[in-house]
Design a binder for this molecule. Sequence first.
Ligand SMILES: Nc1ncnc2c1ncn2[C@@H]1O[C@H](COP(=O)(O)OP(=O)(O)OP(=O)(O)O)[C@@H](O)[C@H]1O
Ligand SMILES: [Mg+2]
Length: 404
Amino acid sequence: MIIPSKKSSFEPLKSDSAGSRGSSGNAIRERENIERLVVFNLRRTEWSVRPTMIKKDFNLELFRPGRHVAVKIFDGDKRVTLLQIEEYLESVARAPQQFTGGVCVSTVGFTPSVYSFLRDERLKNLKLAILRDSKLHWNCEEIDRDEEDKKATYIGVFTCKGGVGKTTISAHLAGALALNGYDVSLVDLDHQRNLSKLLGDSVTMPPADGYRGATIDVGDANTWNQGKKRTKYVVCDCNPEFDANPIDFVKRFDYCIVPTNLSPLGINKNADVIVRTFELIRKVNDSAHLFVLLNGVQAEERKRNAVLNKVLKEQLTSIADRDKRCHYIDPSDVAIRFSKQLLYWGYHLFDGTPPTLGFKRYGKSSYPRMDFLKLVDYLEEHGTISSSKQLKAVAYGYGSTYSR
Ligand SMILES: Nc1ncnc2c1ncn2[C@@H]1O[C@H](COP(=O)(O)OP(=O)(O)OP(=O)(O)O)[C@@H](O)[C@H]1O
Ligand SMILES: [Mg+2]
């Protein structure tokens, strides 16, 4: 029998993938195709492969003299987590068959915690495989680490309206990521080149005591060089005219921030602008998570903000219901408050001081620093970088790269 997990107090595991795609015919066919590919690959080894009777827990059983292995296929759109592996091990321990080993196949990959666990527990009789380009690959950790290194997260800042803070938000979001120690590329997709004027070629966030600082490279669609360094985040400041933005970049967005503001007379218009913005992005990118973010919020005007926020949110509810990747960020979670540091940002152009961001402290605390750090957390928490569509294409062998 395979070594059972040590802890059994975890919550029951949700179905690993069906939930997100529902039980449509397409999803079932997709799942069957993946299983067929796994069977095809395993039959080419010395194992005999049979379907399992315990469909709920496993997909296949493998046999060889004296060996009996439970195979589980994870075809969700995220990397398989330790929680999922633990649940699998528990189901193996519960099974009436005396399994001698296990194989977990993922169409995406496994989290680093999974590898650490397998190493620490010395679980030699559990093998991991990734289905990629129609083949099973057994060097999973190598593949996952490689992808982790290569994979940059693309964040666009776009709305089809001028002057609502796209450039300010792009620069300071990049700044918050740099404050967290990541090297960032800031790409100016707007032909006005405002970002480049404000920041030059690069800006470095000085390290806080005991931490490392990070650099924000500034470039445009032509000068930006993807291979120049290991960039973890690429933040793109867009032109309000959708067609003026290089489509290649918009296609790569994992997240897109859609800034807007609260104004009593502008609410209906703003909601229309947001709907139009979503439609434009979806024409070329159906996987990005889109986040409506309030900018310029007057922090003290609580009553006004609450009333206007309710109206705007209601206007957008139906889109968020239709498209689960459209998010309205409630300002009680994150909003970019009106701040003199942001209003005065750009003065360095005239007083001759070096390019900088509005992260300085004024008075007791810095609104931009708090707001943008919270925004970074929010994005990580509410989005998912991988897209099921792209990843499925890769599992079947249609795609040439892993995540884009
Ligand atoms: N939260 C804020 N607090 C104070 N001032 C702000 C804030 N956000 C933006 N601003 C100011 O609003 C003005 C417009 O911002 P910004 O240039 O970022 O908008 P934009 O959407 O990029 O405009 P464009 O469509 O012309 O590219 C700037 O002067 C900026 O300093
Ligand atoms: Mg701008």
